[in-house]
Design a protein. Structure first.
Length: 307
């Protein structure tokens, strides 16, 4: 199987390296000279042009900075669509736009080229150690056929559904991650302003429910994905909404007394107050998720889910 890998930057280089180490025949290309030397020493073939790289390739992989670069290299003059052979597969490892991904998939299909979007998570160290999470969207049969290739890049390969769904997962993850960074800033600034040593506060958080990941690993799936918000024997995680509302209000009162702005905390306080007003006080605090479900018109439930 001939693999063409395009984009040898901070992420692409170690990803291509792991594909080579897995025993694949790999042809590499980057517009910047000098990035392929180590890969060539490991057995890759460096191509001098995009056309030469993808000529007769069974799979073409890209790892590029973003949507503009991917669109140009796929649809631009002399791009992939002009040179990839019928029956080949295009795998985009870039963090892209799901709208663009789905548009490109249509263009690929017209050329009898299958496509997978496969954005990665784990950073440069994860790429080097083959510990990347890979979130894959596209036809299931294509995913199944090329999963061994994906496994060569990262150990956490997740099939997310139709084309573009891998990218949706990546963008949702990164948005939530960035939002949580903002929450950390708010909370730690409040704690330090209130007189707690920052390292002590960090250790306290790490030893508590949030730091142990109980919410994302147990509370959220155990209540939201199952739809079970009422306390019962065997429920893996439960904290009453009215108690959470009380605690957040106390924290916000402290912030207000210290003139500490808490924009995210204020939203949490507002959502919890709405939950109490609706009579949900005795239910799991994750019931506030229902408020966003109503705004969006979706339900966040997993079919036949068991924790």
């Amino acid at each position: 199987m001939k693999i063409a890998f395009i984009g040898l930057g901070n992420m692409g280089h170690p990803m291509a390296k792991n594909i080579i180490k897995a025993g694949y025949e790999v042809y590499v290309y980057d517009r910047k000279p000098g990035l392929a030397e180590e890969l060539v020493e490991l057995g890759a073939t460096e191509s001098l042009s995009l056309e030469q790289t993808v000529d007769n390739a069974d799979v073409v992989c890209t790892s590029l900075p973003g949507p503009a670069e991917v669109e140009e290299i796929v649809t631009g003059s002399g791009g992939l669509l002009q040179h990839m052979k019928s029956g080949s597969v295009f795998i985009d490892f870039s963090t892209n736009s799901p709208i663009l991904i789905r548009e490109l998939a249509i263009l690929c299909e017209e050329k009898s080229i299958a496509m997978l979007d496969a954005p990665v998570s784990g950073g440069v160290n994860g790429a080097k150690s083959r510990k990347l999470g890979i979130l894959v969207g596209g036809p299931r049969e294509v995913f199944d056929t090329y999963k061994p290739l994906l496994d060569a890049v990262g150990e956490g390969v997740i099939y997310a559904g139709g084309i573009g769904n891998g990218t949706v997962c990546k963008l949702v993850h990164n948005c939530m991650s960035a939002s949580f960074n903002t929450v950390l800033g708010e909370g730690f600034a409040l704690g330090v302003k209130a007189g707690v040593d920052p390292e002590t506060l960090w250790r306290a958080v790490c030893q508590s429910s949030l730091g142990r990941g109980n919410g994302i690993h147990v509370g959220f799936p155990g209540s939201v994905l199952t739809g079970e918000f009422t306390q019962r024997p065997g429920l893996p995680w439960f904290f009453a909404l009215n108690l959470m509302s009380k605690d957040v209000t106390l924290a916000m009162d402290m912030a207000r007394s210290l003139d500490v702005p808490m924009s995210i905390g204020a939203i949490a306080e507002q959502e919890l107050n709405e939950g109490v007003a609706r009579g949900w006080g005795s239910e799991n605090c994750f019931k506030v998720v229902v408020l966003q479900e109503e705004r969006v018109g979706v339900t966040i439930r997993a079919q036949d889910f068991e924790l």
